[in-house]
Write a protein that binds this ligand. Sequence first.
Ligand SMILES: Nc1nc2c(ncn2[C@@H]2O[C@H](COP(=O)(O)OP(=O)(O)O)[C@@H](O)[C@H]2O)c(=O)[nH]1
Ligand SMILES: [Mg+2]
Length: 293
Amino acid sequence: MNQKHFTDEFADAVTNDATLSEIAKAQVIRNLAKLKETKVNILITGLTGCGKSSTINALFNNEKAKVGQGVDPETMDITKYEYDNIVLFDSPGLGDGKDADRRHSENIISKLYEKDNHGDMLIDLVLVIIDGGSRDFGTTVELINSVIIPNLGEDNKRLLVAINQADMAMKGRNWNCNKNSPEPELVKFLNEKVASTRKRIKEATSVDVEPIYYSAGYKDGDQAQNPYNLSKLLLCIVQHTKTEKRAVFIQDINKKEEMWKDDDKLKDYREETRASMWESVKSAASKGADIRR
Ligand SMILES: Nc1nc2c(ncn2[C@@H]2O[C@H](COP(=O)(O)OP(=O)(O)O)[C@@H](O)[C@H]2O)c(=O)[nH]1
Ligand SMILES: [Mg+2]
């Protein structure tokens, strides 16, 4: 990839900024170099076919994950996708048979306890995807309640639950293909799914989660559908990431405009995400530097 790193662009701007002292410049440039090396590690899990690969390709630059490719029974391991600053671990959830499920659970649990080379928890965020088009909610809720939450430690903020394939939730009925958005009846249905998911997690674990629904979209020969609420999903991901690390999403998020335009418009998700990332860049870059003018 030849795209210039955003921290290098900032470093150039800082170098040419006549209002900053040389000492301040040097500090900011050191901070930016550190930011360039910062990684956000995300564990993505959910049943085979829920749309993990599709979601990964929609959110980030370059199509790295193969869509429609199930679990390889030979390996069954976690697949790692590395971008400039984002590192994804794609793990099947439960539902592949008893032996496979045990192996998946063990893989997930050991990832949840892995430390990075600073001694901090490696995984910044666990994104659990539920297939909104399937009736098999129970298996994923079970994965959340008995595998993920008990091994998350204190930091429940590391968990994000998202219901994908919102367009297929009522077997594809009540999805307005022209507007690429749900009709009111489907909105009601999806909100009920969100509420029942939240309730089943709360009752079993006392943990509060705020699931969201979205569609990763698809490409199928000459048929294609853009994502819906991907902007909302990204905002949730960014907000669940430690403030000081949020900046690095700038580098790796999908630059294709059409990925981000359709959402429920309850908020300006894109603006809020931009503000949050920008705030993070400013605080990371100016740390310890006197940049008053
Ligand atoms: N209609 C629709 N299909 C989707 C969506 N997300 C994924 N799919 C389809 O679901 C199938 C499985 O998706 P994939 O990303 O491979 O799931 P994975 O096994 O979890 O990685 C593929 O045919 C995708 O095109 C969505 O939001 N809407
Ligand atoms: Mg996949």
